[in-house]
Design a protein around this ligand. Structure first.
Ligand SMILES: C[S@@+](CC[C@H](N)C(=O)[O-])C[C@H]1O[C@@H](n2cnc3c(N)ncnc32)[C@H](O)[C@@H]1O
Length: 417
């Protein structure tokens, strides 16, 4: 079967609509049907590879689902991403490649498995015992190895169906500010030897947190128990400092996050007298990076911990014109009763609530800068905003995640007068 195109998840699609992971347009493949309803197949044999293929450098490629596009030349990955934005929005600026093709992730979430295995999961939820991940730094990979050795030496068992201790570990490191912190997540079936791990690693990490996940959900998040050393990551973006609590969200590709902020700043084009709404503000990285050129920035975010953090980071950077409010955008936006000159949008993957589009229409800010990690929902929202007189002025895709199909896209909308 010839692979003709790619779906939204980056899988190859054949002539009868079969979706096959690790297959790319131009490939001639043999695939077997694995789910008739979802029309998904598994690649069995590559009969003839597309000329855009490359030999994936990662030995786990094909098993680990982390980098489904590693078999494609980076230039081709970028072409596919840019073409998708052009299909959705008509035109765009050339995509901004990631400054680093590998080693770009500042956060890795690993799971513990049977017999002291530690790594990422395959599509059947089996742990792949990773020697190293090419998306992580050398320091992060060294910590991965040391954590595995620690579990062997102290004979700590993985948690599985009501037995055992170790569940996940999150390794986070700053790039612009050199520091690293760990969060070890366990079950509640025993005491994690936090002090012993700290004694062994304290020359290599700035802090270690122990958390307990009581839920059956297989997630790398838990109730905080204890920390030795730093319980936050320190990082800077465009000269702004951020203190990120060990369990809070932060952009994972530090260098590309700086470019993303720069694009948003350029699109906003602040002169100094404007009021800015930063909607879906998270920890405030966008709003804070605009504050020095604005009269006032108001962040709105539903997660109270993130709101508290954005306020603390405003203080850390001496930014007095940034305020942050907790609440759902669709519930709170109408009651703000303010008329911003610029609205920044950075919603989660499902995009904007219909009420938010209606309210933005009523507010009628001259400029909207819309950053999205899901261009499909972004397109629906932008179409909704055009009904209120907005038109696309610029569209700038960026590659935050090489070797994956994810695309970040920033759109500048202006209101027709
Ligand atoms: C893509 S992240 C934005 C990150 C943020 N701009 C930053 O730089 O940290 C989306 C954010 O929207 C928040 N969120 C999701 N649904 C929301 C809603 N209905 N109202 C307000 N915030 C929401 C999430 O908690 C998350 O922090």
């Amino acid at each position: 079967m010839k692979i003709l195109t790619l779906d939204e998840k980056g899988r190859g699609v054949g002539p009868e609509g079969l979706h096959v992971s690790f297959a790319y347009p131009g490939d001639e493949v043999e695939a077997i049907l694995i789910n008739r309803r979802k029309k998904t197949g598994r690649l069995v044999k590559l009969i003839e590879g597309s000329p855009n293929r490359q030999t994936p450098p990662c030995p786990y490629f094909g098993r680990c689902g982390g980098c489904p596009w590693q078999g494609l030349k980076y230039k081709t990955q970028l072409q596919f991403k840019e073409a998708r934005i052009k299909t959705l929005f008509g035109d765009c600026q050339p995509i901004i490649p990631s400054p680093d093709e590998y080693g770009y992730r500042n956060r890795m979430d690993y799971a513990f498995g049977p017999e002291h295995t530690l790594g990422l999961k395959d599509d059947r939820d089996n742990i792949i015992d990773l020697d190293r991940c090419l998306l992580a730094s050398a320091r992060s990979n060294e910590l991965l190895a040391r954590l595995r050795q620690f579990s062997v030496r102290h004979d700590l068992k993985e948690y599985d169906r009501g037995q055992g201790l170790l569940r996940h570990v999150v390794i986070r490191e700053g790039l612009n500010i050199k520091n690293a912190v760990l969060n070890v997540i366990t079950s509640n079936l025993g005491e994690f030897p936090l002090e012993t791990l700290w004694e062994e690693l304290k020359g290599n990490v700035e802090g270690i947190t122990w958390s307990v996940n009581l839920s059956p959900a297989d997630r790398s998040y838990g109730d905080l128990q204890a920390t030795l050393g730093q319980d936050y990551l320190l990082e800077s973006l465009l000269d702004l400092k951020f203190k990120v609590p060990v369990q809070s969200f932060f952009q994972t590709n530090t260098r590309q996050a700086e470019r993303l902020l720069q694009v948003i700043k350029d699109f906003a084009g602040l002169q100094g007298g404007e009021m800015v709404f930063d909607l879906y503000a998270g920890t405030g990285s966008i709003g804070l990076s605009l504050a020095d050129r604005a009269r006032e920035v108001i962040g709105l975010e539903e997660n109270e911990a993130a709101v508290a953090l954005s306020r603390a980071n405003a203080e850390l950077n001496g930014l007095k014109n940034f305020t942050s409010l907790a609440g759902r955008v669709e519930a709170v936006i109408a009651s703000l009763g303010k008329k911003p000159e610029i609205v920044i949008l950075d919603p989660p993957r499902p995009g904007l609530h219909k009420k938010v589009i209606q309210e933005l229409g009523k507010i009628g800010a001259p400029k909207i800068v819309y950053a999205s990690c899901n261009p499909t929902t972004q397109q629906v929202d932008v179409a909704g905003l055009t009904a209120f007189g907005y038109q696309i002025k610029q569209s700038q895709p960026l590659d935050m995640f090489p070797h994956t199909p994810h695309i970040e896209n920033v759109i500048l909308l202006v209101k027709r007068s």
